[in-house]
Design a protein around this ligand. Sequence first.
Ligand code: PMP
Length: 391
Amino acid sequence: MELSSRITNITGGGSDGWDVFYRARRMIAAGTQVTELTIGEHEITTSPAILQAMDASARGGHTGYAMVPGTDALRQAVAARIAARTGVPTDMDNILITPGGQAGLFAAHIATCNQGDTALYCDPYYTTYPGTLRAVGAIPRAIITSPDTGFQPQYDAIAAVAGDAVSLLINTPNNPTGAVYGAQTLDGIARACQDHDLWLISDEVYDTQVWDGAHISPRGLAGMVDRTLVVGSMSKSHAMTGSRVGWVCGPHDVIGHMIDLATHTTYGVAGFVQDAAAFALAQGTDAEEAVAAPFRRRRALTLEVLRGQNTVRAVPAQGAMYVMLDIRSTGLDGEGFANALLDAEQIAVMPGESFGQAAAGHVRVAMTIDDDAYVGALQKLVNFAKSLATQ
Ligand code: PMP
């Protein structure tokens, strides 16, 4: 029996630079103490107050099928939040609640790409992007961004590959680079989308984690509201990664079709999870800032540790829970450095190559352990890089 090429092609084959991650996991399983700075999982769990709301909802009976598009209360809360943050009029019919941002990314591309269409994304990229595009039957095409421009995609680079493409996927604040796209970058993106008639899929799951500058949602830019689908999530903003609750915000007709898709795929998100998410959003921005604060602090600590040396350089990390470090002065590529660091210091970081070709010669460090341990590990990384650079 043959499987569909659509499903067998999702990963595109190859290790994608995740070998060091799996090696670290095997070392931990074998009893070696490894400092894990690989994946983007908060060290805290979902707050007791949110869990209490979830428990009360479930015990109160919200355990049956929930409304497929999302509960009115949560759709309204998300719409109000987006309207307040962007100034763009938004109502609940602009919102589809999804099982996390990842399901939103998939649904947004199903909605915009036909089989065989070209879908653009920016390199470096969040790991699932090319696979998500292949999973909907689209052909992924990368826009290579450069460390010289802070990994911000420029109009010319987009226009050069836009040709027959139908969509562009962007992510700000960015995983893995920590870049927060500035007004000029986003104007260029908006212009490229209009000049080349592209849908814009804007992954904003880190929109509460901005350390420098401000998050700008491109849906609010002139001419963009009818061609932009924004993907959001409770995962990062409220430490609810396991609850699987996020959304897509877009034009009414697009959301209408995406509700049909949800009816035939996910059939919605658990009602008690949605009630907990609505409760969490009602706690306001202080609760979001409390979840973001450790990363804000550690990003400042990162800059302190890196001060006064030139061997390891941080790409200006303006947001999200990661820093991308340029280790090219060691003479190693990201994968070589990450493997050597794991062997020498039992510290696991992600090679830049795991996130595409543009981040070669870099490693991504997740700021997801307590401050002292984080500073200690980063200092060891810098010392190790220095020892390589002077060999
Ligand atoms: N987009 C980006 C850039 C991410 O880093 C992640 C998770 N790491 C997601 C989307 C998906 O998040 P979730 O499905 O948990 O909302």
